[in-house]
Design a protein around this ligand. Structure first.
Ligand code: URP
Ligand code: ZN
Ligand code: ZN
Ligand code: ZN
Length: 508
């Protein structure tokens, strides 16, 4: 475990007793290959007071600058995880990682920013937002929020407007699943889509048919299937495909962009692919678990092993993940999240005799950057530039904070990772930094290691040692009307013109 576990953090000596170089406000990363989403070059990177100041060859600096030699390594923007759940009250419990432990884990794995889903309190999104502001005070890295909308009324509409105009929220998630708790009806979803369009906020959707899932769960349980495999059997991929297609068509009807979170299946992928080919503005986000794993794990005879993989939509049979990887490589899907929603084995045990009670969620915030490197770069599926795009830049662009984040450019925040392609990484619950006692990638070994993470211009992770500080994480407001809204008004008028003129009929 890390410095975090002992509560020793932000000190010059960490948990293992290692002396940390005094943090300086000036850093120079020399000799590495600097990779942005559109270009890579051999260059030095000069950092001062948390910002990147210069990217150029052979930068000369004074003695008070700490030099980090990155020869033979890739210098890339820190990862941005668009999909996490810290301290989330869910399914009768609360996710195990809080904003500090989850972010410490993130930094140890090369992720320097995340966007967490704030949940309403009894449908009240303003109260929900405020509760997340409090929870996030302990942050050790930069973060933003999406807001979930779980009901519809005038207050929700008014509060959405306030959150967008005053509080830096530019995305709202609608759940078409979790009947009886988070799920909205099509009518509520449609109202939400119209409000999102008016505010320039991105509508996000959890796409599974919640009515069918509830029916499927009751039927499978009644057949005597009580274990984690019942989770997969009760909510097959066609229910994800149905809801994805429906959500896309409703967003198309409103002419507002849509972001499909945790795309897990080819059924959903086919809907996204077809819509994008027709010019519909739909973004698809696969998550690391969906890319890397298949559902055979849910049939493991050991409940503790199988239950750790229970998430929704479920991890799908072999073949889906490979198709998602290909879609990420060819641009049909744009960015990778994790849906980091960590529950320990004691929490998972709540569903020991009924799979419907297993808290849904898996770990990933610490592992995503390495898993994606292994699946996508080591395999030859994408270039290192594309790796930067799908782990960082696309997220910054979609949520309208590029190039403050997602780039190594003068003026960008100094959130940077140094990846040694010759290094080795092995993932295990024994060594990870999340608070949970299991890891869905247990034993995963790969070539490539993120040796150094720089957050806000400070070295926070260096060759296996973590040095993070509670409370220094900043809330990054997300401005509305991001690039996905560019020119949308022109499409509105094109759509209007396409309607045929109403007929004037004489009244008798
Ligand atoms: O299983 C999951 N995905 N848990 C978190 C909630 C959600 O739907 O994103
Ligand atoms: Zn979801
Ligand atoms: Zn989620
Ligand atoms: Zn140490």
């Amino acid at each position: 475990l890390s410095a975090v576990a002992d509560g020793i953090c932000g000190l010059d000596v960490d948990k293992e007793g290692c002396q940390w170089e005094q943090q300086t406000s000036k850093l120079l990363i020399t000799g590495g290959i600097v990779v942005n989403a559109d270009r890579q070059q051999q260059a030095d990177v000069y950092i001062e007071d948390g910002l990147i100041r210069l990217v150029a060859q052979n930068i000369k600096v004074s003695d008070d600058v700490r030099i980090i030699d990155a020869t033979g390594k890739f210098v890339m923007p820190g990862g941005i995880d668009p999909h996490t759940h810290m301290e989330m009250p869910f399914m009768g419990t609360q996710t195990s990682d809080d904003f500090f432990t989850g972010q410490a884990a993130a930094l140890a794995g090369g992720t320097t920013m995340h966007i967490d889903f704030a949940l309403p309190i009894d449908g009240d999104i303003a109260a929900g937002y405020e509760s997340y502001v409090k929870k996030a005070e302990k942050s050790c890295m930069d973060y933003s929020f999406h807001m979930a909308v779980t009901t519809w009324n005038d207050n929700v509409a008014k509060d959405m407007e306030n959150l967008v105009k005053e509080k830096g929220i530019n995305s709202f998630k609608f759940f078409l699943a979790y009947k009886g708790s988070l799920m909205v009806t099509d009518e509520q979803f449609l109202q939400g889509l119209r409000k999102c369009k008016e505010l320039g906020a991105l509508a996000q959707v959890h796409a599974e048919n919640g009515d069918a899932v509830a029916e499927g769960q009751a039927r499978i349980f009644a057949q005597g299937i009580t274990g984690p495999e019942g989770h997969a059997l009760s909510r097959p991929s066609l229910l994800e495909g149905e809801a994805t297609g429906r959500a896309i068509k409703l967003a198309q009807f409103v002419n507002t962009p849509l972001y499909v979170v945790h795309v897990m299946s080819t059924d959903a992928l086919d809907e996204i692919s077809r819509a994008r080919a027709a010019g519909v503005r739909v973004v698809g986000e696969p998550v690391a678990s969906g890319l890397a794993l298949n559902d055979s794990v849910l049939w493991d005879p050991d409940f503790m092993t199988a239950s750790k993989y229970v998430m929704s939509p479920p991890i799908r049979p072999a073949g889906h993940g490979e198709a998602l990887q290909a879609a990420l490589a060819n641009g049909v899907l744009q960015l990778v999240g994790t849906d980091h929603c960590a529950f320990n084995s004691k929490q998972k045990a709540a569903g020991k005799s009924d799979f419907r009670l297993i808290p849904n969620g898996v770990n990933g915030i610490e592992e995503r950057m390495h898993i994606v490197w292994d699946l996508m770069v080591n395999s030859g599926r994408v270039s290192v530039m594309d790796y930067v795009r799908i782990t960082s830049t696309a997220c910054a662009q979609i949520f309208n904070i590029y190039p403050q984040k997602g780039a190594i450019l003068p003026g960008s925040d100094a959130d940077i990772i140094i990846m040694n392609p010759k290094g080795n990484t092995r993932i295990s619950a024994e060594t990870h930094h999340s608070t949970i006692d299991t890891n869905i990638y247990e034993g995963w070994s790969m070539k490539g290691n993120i040796e150094t993470t720089i957050s806000q211009g400070k070295v926070v992770w260096d060759k296996g040692h973590l040095n993070v500080e509670r409370g220094v994480g900043r809330y990054i407001p997300l401005p509305p009307f991001g690039p996905l809204f560019d020119g949308l008004d022109k499409l509105d008028s094109a759509q209007l013109k396409a309607f045929r003129a109403p007929v004037q009929r004489a009244v008798e």
